[in-house]
Every structure is written in C-alpha cells, then in structure tokens.
Ligand binder design. Structure first.
Ligand code: ASP
Length: 439
C-alpha cells in the first residue's frame, strides 16, 4: 500500500482559509497519512512569520524574564486561526501553557519551536488526526547531530496503527533532554526524516510555488518548471543557490530511494517537480535541466614553470587553505597554472593577505594574481553527457551576449558546466544560457 508523507510549508499554514485548503488536499488522498507542518508564515508581503515573532519572544524573556508583550501577537494569531476554523480546541489553555513554558525554559530553540508545535496541534484537530510531538520522536546526539537510528525507530513506533498523524517540523529533542531545532527552514528536514522512518512511497513537499524553476524567476521572467530531476541535479542546483528545499533535506530520503514531489498548495492541479533517486531516474530528453548562479567569489591564479612536474605542488597550496580553515569551491588547472575559486566572504579581514603570503612561502610561484567579484554559473543536466556540442552552444550564447568568460570548470561527472563571469554580468549570462537551451 502506498504511504505518502506530506510536509506543508509556512505559507500553507498562514491562516484558517489556507489550512482548510490543506485539509482538502490531505483528505483527497487516503495515502496521505503523515502530515508534517511548519509554523504559519506570511499572509501578505510585509507580514511577519510566526517563527520570527517567537525569536523576539525569546529576546523579551532574556531581557525582562517574561515574553508577555510579544507573545500577545502569537496568541492573537492562533486564537484567530482556531476561530476561523471553528474547531473544538481549547486554544486558550494551549497558549497559556506554551507561554508559561517559554518563560520557564528560557531557551531560544524551545521558544522558536512553538510555532510548529501550536500549528500541528491545530492541524491535528482540524484533520481529526493523532498529534505526535516531535520532541518525543526526533532526537539529536551529544554532538548536536541528528540521531537517525533512534529517531527512525521512534517515529515508526509512534505512527503504527494510526490512520493519520500530524507532526510539527523543525525541532526534536537534544541529548540534554531539551528541545532543539534544526537550522531555519528545517521542517523540510523533519518531513524527510518522517518519510525515511516509515519508508514512505513518496515525500510530498507542499509550498507556494509550482516546483523547481529551470532558473531564478527573478532573473528570467516565467522560466519553465522542471518536471523531473535527479537528486544529483537537485544537489548541484541547490548548492548554487536555487532554494525551494532545505539543502539538507534530501539526505534522509535519498538513502532510502524515496522520491520527493514538490507541489503548490495554491495550485494543486499543477504537476510540480518530481525529484527522483538516480536508480529510477529517466532522462527528460532535455540537454539541460536547470541553470543557477551565485555571486561574490574570488579567484587566486597561480603560475609556476614546470608546476606539473613538481611533486606535491597542489598539496602544498591546499594545505595553506586548510590551515586557514577555508573551503575551496573549484580548482581549475593547466600545465603550469592553477586557480583557486573561493567564496569572497571567507577571505575578509586580512585572511586573503595571509593566504597569499602562505602560498608564496609554500611554493614560490612565478605569478600570483587575484580576481575578485566573480559570479559562478552552473548549467546542470544529465542530458549533456549524451549530447554533442552542449558546451559549444553555451559558449556561443555567452559570446553573442558579449560576456567574457573568466573561468571554466566542467565537473568530472559531465553533469555540469560551471563558468565564472564578472558579478555584474551574472544575470545577463543566465539569461543568455536560458534562451539558448530553453527557448
Ligand atoms: N518555522 C521555521 C522557520 O521559519 C522552520 C520552517 O519553516 O521550516 O525557519
């Protein structure tokens, strides 16, 4: 029998009207048996997310010992939602308890987690489903890392025999027994954990967009929605800044080969995007799946005659960066040249000078040169490995748009081509590549 885990994001929980929409979605499919919710998000563009208000509650507790003033906003919001839904839940009691615990616990994570907690309580009542507190089934280890084994066991035990359950996302229980949250947007991770725990057939992630776009809609107006992509493509695109899903949320489900379906709560009739494990992945027939770009990189170019025959050259250069604790994004190289592409933010406050100094001492290069304000643009797709001329088309499109290529790196998996251009040519470059492959 199919078993679907559905995670609904903040905008899908924004008010009673949308929650009723969610109820219809869940109830329209008997396989949708596990529901994971975020805290209510924005109702309009300058609205404040419940989680952000809760962080303010925590600062108020820290300062004054009580969160009363700010908690009134949370109280209002949930009282309004329950009234709008007309459900039989003693929300005053639940809110009083929550406020009391926030004041008592004096914990940032506990306070922040209450948006999901309250929302799941409401949603469980609305769906007539069992509420399972994440505090009792999702665990972290001593070192703060998520404890998979313990959590998967606890989740599967808690849902056993239940027709439908609702769980709050974003938090679990730390090794000290206190509530601990994932990083922001972490309900996506909770959804993936629940899916993995019950070995779901599908992890549905309901948001307010109709899927993953082939590129950023702020750069290209109305780009195509990617109907399906592989986990590997998703990883490449999310890493380069395409953010529909929390980047860590794929790990639990990927291991168990569970597909993720991104759907739009406000347009449930849309196909959305299906993210497939590599074993099931069927090529879309497209050469390119998507394009993503990220700005503000620094390139350190190093040249030394006979570099290629100097044993240990690259190791010596890399150990300078290791000593400074700096991750490297790419290392394009030639016979006597190599470049290091590094996020500029990592090189602030004198770090760049220290790195240059270290490299000079370590390998005595003939030339060392720095280029700042570089954007990296990744063109991603399994299709490119089997189609001749992809890079020729890409570079022709860039040349026609008069964009100077500062760096090229083709991933060894033939899954991506990464180009470096000047920051201020990033948008123009994404547009040119998109037009070439998608129009
Ligand atoms: N409510 C949390 C946040 O705003 C977690 C989530 O929405 O996934 O980050």
């Amino acid at each position: 029998m199919a078993l679907k885990v559905c995670k609904f994001g903040g905008t899908s929980m924004a008010d009673g009207n949308v929650m009723n929409r969610v109820k219809r979605i869940v109830e329209s499919d008997d396989d949708r048996r596990l529901v994971v919710v975020s805290a209510p998000g924005r109702r309009y563009s300058d609205d404040i997310k419940v989680t952000d208000t809760l962080y303010k509650c925590y600062y108020e507790v820290e300062k004054t010992g009580s969160c009363g003033t700010t908690f009134a906003i949370i109280r209002n919001r949930f009282t309004g939602i329950v009234k709008e839904l007309g459900i039989d839940l003693d929300i005053k009691y639940v809110l009083d308890e929550t406020e009391r615990r926030i004041n008592e616990e004096k914990s940032r994570d506990f306070t922040a987690s209450r948006g999901e907690y309250l929302c799941a309580r409401v949603m469980a009542k609305l769906l007539g489903a069992k509420f399972i507190d994440a505090e009792e089934v999702i665990f972290f280890k001593e070192n703060g890392i998520f404890d998979g084994e313990k959590s998967y066991r606890a989740v599967s035990r808690a849902v056993e025999g239940e027709i439908r359950c609702v769980l709050p996302g974003f938090y679990g229980c730390g090794a000290d027994g206190r509530v601990k949250t994932f990083s922001r947007g972490g309900s996506d991770i909770s959804g993936a954990i629940v899916a993995r725990a019950v070995n779901a057939t599908l992890y549905e992630n309901w948001t307010d967009v109709s899927g993953f776009y082939a590129c950023d809609p702020r750069i290209v107006s109305t780009p195509k929605v990617i109907k399906s992509l592989s986990y590997k493509e998703l990883r490449e695109l999310s890493y380069m800044g395409a953010n529909v899903l929390h980047s860590e949320s794929i790990f639990p489900v990927r291991k168990a080969n569970i597909p993720i379906h991104i759907r739009n709560t406000f347009r449930p009739e849309d196909d959305g995007t299906l993210i497939q494990p590599s074993v099931y992945y069927k090529p879309s027939g497209r050469v390119i799946t998507g394009i993503a770009g990220k700005k503000d990189f620094t390139v350190i170019f190093i040249e030394k005659s006979l570099m290629n025959s100097e044993i240990g050259f690259i190791r010596k250069v890399l150990s300078v960066l290791e000593e400074q604790n700096i991750p490297i994004e790419h290392i394009p190289s030639g016979i006597d040249t190599m470049s290091l592409v590094i996020e500029s933010a990592r090189l602030k406050n004198g770090v760049l000078d220290a790195v240059l100094q270290g490299i000079k001492q370590a390998v005595e290069p003939d030339v060392i040169r720095v280029t700042e304000d570089i954007a990296l643009i990744a063109t991603v797709g399994h299709g490119m490995s089997s189609s001749v001329g992809t890079s020729a088309r890409l570079f022709k499109a860039m040349a026609q748009a008069n964009i100077n290529v500062k760096m090229i790196d083709q991933g060894s998996s033939e899954l991506n081509i990464i180009v470096g251009v000047k920051n201020d040519e990033c948008e123009k470059c994404i547009n040119a590549i998109y037009r070439e492959f998608f129009n």
